[in-house]
Design a protein around this ligand. Structure first.
Ligand code: F6P
Length: 529
């Protein structure tokens, strides 16, 4: 089927995107929305025929059946023998009879988390309301940090009572050593989020933060200030976190899909419990849409098909995401994990080599800043990079002039990528401006166009719309995984490096390194340490 699409793509190439965009009704035809989220995919270089072929591809790949298996609680994560049911945390789209035995325990943990969050939001220590909390140190890495940090940056409120949140991820101690002297342990809690409770970075930071607390607080006060979110309850308790402050994360919620869970305690503490529930409700809205809407009108399906069009039909290797709203500046880092850890696979679910390319390389940053760093290559580089622009119609500030300028920039970038500027138009512009060396400059100042993008517009950055947006990306990734016949929910690729690290550490300490090819460099580092 991809061959049929590739063949048709060659025909489409003779029709530039600028011409397709000029066709009446293209926006209405190639856009879709849910709640306050609109997807404009009119700048994807497809037409009705290509879109029809993509829908056939989805059908041939068994998308509807796979979607049923996902929402039916089947063990879609084959290599870890578990379902992927993060949707259960945010709404009622998983039928009662398909829910795992620990579903209620997981939902109760979200409720507990929101109770804690509510008290923290008012600057109170959950177990001792008279104690003031001004700072939360959130410790975690990957899915145990990126999502909650994004939520905090996007929706966290500032208020005299609302605590500050500080994130410690990488085991690198610079951040922690700069942070702790600025805090007062009596007014601080630590949240150690780790699904496995074995991740070295997280455990080391947690030990150090606790040691720092122990310098000024008695044992009971330290216990009251330790919280954990994990699937390994015993391990967290053995670590010293009191049982009632260990929040449960079930194994059917993958790390990168866990921002809907108690992992987001720190973000919920700054957003407030009500906003967090609205976030969950927005995501549940997208879940129902993905589960029920026809493929042709289904936002995650459309985005997944566009992804396969770019990756497999056009052969584009990377994908950029540019939020034109500073509150969403961490969206690219979160999506990097969601997309690359989910779909960066080269064997199919049955263990055969993938016949088609899988995850693109994902990158991105805040929009206008990216314009002044990476966009040169997007407009004129030799590789074509499909991009997502994410904008917000109504900002939360009153400077309409600044907001218009921001949105105009976003839309201008999308237009420039899609439509380019012909050499004739470029020459005419230079002549009018009286440029003397126009002939020499012409190839440098011409834009080929035909560079695709999708635009996602949120009416406002409400918790519900952010929930819809993040769930949309999660399901898009699932759709792509079905088209590629891969498991989006495991991550064996991160294991080997972790296994090698202790041997390398022995080498750094002067012992025998169990890692080929490193002797020279280890010696170099040891000599200079
Ligand atoms: O990088 C691998 C990974 O397992 C991610 O999937 C996960 O989000 C992260 O490490 C952190 O793991 P944990 O929550 O178990 O500490």
């Amino acid at each position: 089927m991809f061959d049929v699409l590739r063949k048709y793509n060659k025909t489409l190439m003779s029709e530039p995107l600028v011409d397709l965009l000029a066709q009446p009704g293209r926006f209405e035809r190639f856009s879709a929305s849910l709640g306050g989220v609109l997807l404009d995919y009119s700048r994807v270089h497809i037409d009705d025929t290509a879109f029809g072929q993509l829908l056939e591809l989805a059908s041939e790949a068994g998308l509807e059946e796979a979607r049923g298996q996902l929402f039916g609680g089947e063990a879609v994560n084959l290599t870890e023998h578990r379902p992927a049911l993060h949707m259960l945390l945010r709404g009622d789209c998983i039928p009662l009879e398909q829910r795992p035995a620990d579903a209620q325990q997981a939902l109760d943990a979200v409720d507990f988390m929101l109770e804690f969050a509510d008290r923290l939001h008012r600057g109170r220590l959950p177990s001792q309301p008279e104690a003031r909390i001004t700072d939360i140190v959130h410790i975690g890495i990957g899915g145990s940090l990126l999502g909650t940090r994004l939520l905090h940056e996007a929706l966290g409120q500032a208020g005299s009572e609302v605590p500050n949140v500080h994130f410690l991820g990488s085991v690198d101690a610079h951040g922690r050593e700069a942070l702790l002297p600025r805090l007062n342990a009596a007014n601080t809690i630590m949240v150690a989020a780790s699904k496995s409770f074995t991740t070295g970075d997280t455990l080391l930071h947690a030990r150090r933060v606790r040691q720092w607390m122990e310098k000024t607080l008695d044992a009971e006060a330290v216990r009251k200030r330790q919280f954990a979110v994990t699937g390994a309850l015993e391990k967290a308790m053995d670590f010293g976190v009191p049982e009632q402050q260990v929040l449960y994360l079930p194994d059917w919620v993958g790390g990168r899909y866990s921002l809907w869970s108690p992992v987001s305690l720190s973000a919920a503490a700054t957003m407030g419990a009500t906003a967090f529930r609205e976030l969950l409700a927005g995501a549940a809205d997208m879940d129902r849409h993905f589960r029920d809407a026809q493929p042709a009108d289904n936002l995650p399906v459309i985005m997944g098909l566009n992804g396969a069009w770019h990756r497999n039909v056009c052969g584009f290797c990377s994908w950029g995401v540019f939020p034109y709203d500073q509150r969403l500046k961490l969206l690219p880092s979160h999506l990097q994990q969601v997309i690359m850890e989910s779909n960066g696979k080269s064997v199919t679910v049955t263990g055969e080599p993938c016949p088609e390319a899988t995850s693109p390389v994902v990158f991105g940053e805040s929009g206008t800043e990216a314009q002044h760093s990476v966009f040169q290559a997007l407009h004129q580089g030799t590789d074509i990079v499909p991009v997502n622009f994410v904008g917000v119609v109504r900002p939360a500030h009153n400077d309409s002039e600044a907001h218009q300028e921001l949105l105009a920039n976003m839309l201008a970038q999308a237009t420039a990528l899609a439509c380019g500027r012909t050499s004739e138009a470029t020459l005419a512009q230079m002549s009018e401006a009286g440029v003397s060396d126009a002939g020499m400059l012409l190839p440098h100042r011409t834009f080929t166009g035909n560079r695709p993008s999708e635009i996602l517009m949120l009416d406002e950055l409400t918790p519900a719309n952010l929930g819809r947006l993040l769930a949309l990306y999660e399901h898009k990734v699932f759709v792509e995984s079905v088209l590629w016949s891969i498991n989006a929910f495991d991550q064996w690729g991160v294991e080997l490096g972790k296994q090698l690290a202790p041997g390398v550490q022995r080498g750094l300490a002067g012992g025998d390194a169990d890692a080929p090819g490193l002797a020279g460099l280890l010696g170099y580092i040891r000599d200079r340490s």
